[in-house]
Design a protein around this ligand. Structure first.
Ligand SMILES: Nc1ncnc2c1ncn2[C@@H]1O[C@H](COP(=O)(O)OP(=O)(O)OP(=O)(O)O)[C@@H](O)[C@H]1O
Ligand SMILES: [Mg+2]
Length: 144
């Protein structure tokens, strides 16, 4: 399954995040691809809004993993600064993949070998111009 969205503002992207979260089940994993400033964190802000997270969502670039209490737990990861499988292991990343919450991962490339074994949603945000983005959502069933 593949769905394509168009966004022309940060608000649009948040709205798409809200829609994705409203359809998400506990245990769902979203891998967010897209270059710096594409809108990955903006999408997660929308997800948090839909899940009624009271706190403001901030980028976990340095903390690696932020956990938010919403209608379902939201685990927001940013693996940008992770450089090796060993470092990734130390974050406890794999255990989060089995949590009964919603897991969203920015910069998931370093975790690809783990992700390819499990069902997840691949989200690609492409920058078209200053404000325009295409956002594609693809179901990855994890079958090798
Ligand atoms: N259509 C759009 N969707 C989302 N953000 C947009 C859009 N148009 C412009 N922006 C701007 O782009 C920036 C996106 O920032 P955001 O932190 O969400 O990116 P990111 O993909 O998480 O980047 P990083 O890789 O640094 O974590 C914001 O400043 C936002 O206002
Ligand atoms: Mg970000």
């Amino acid at each position: 399954m593949k769905t394509m969205y168009k966004s022309s503002s940060e608000e649009d992207t948040q709205q798409i995040g809200m829609e994705l979260a409203s359809n998400a089940k506990a245990g769902d994993i979203f891998a967010l691809y897209g270059s710096l400033g594409a809108g990955k964190t903006a999408l997660v802000k929308g997800m948090a809004k839909e899940l009624n997270v009271a706190e403001g969502v901030t980028s976990p670039t340095f903390t690696i993993i932020n956990e938010y209490n919403g209608d379902k737990p939201l685990y927001h990861m940013d693996l940008y600064r992770i450089e090796s499988g060993e470092e990734l292991f130390q974050t406890g990343f794999e255990e989060y993949l089995h949590e009964e919450g919603i897991v969203v991962i920015e910069w998931p490339q370093v975790a690809l070998s783990l992700l390819k074994n499990i069902p997840h949603w691949e989200i690609k945000i492409e920058i078209l111009s200053e404000y325009n983005r295409t956002i594609t959502v693809t179901a990855k069933d994890g079958v090798k």
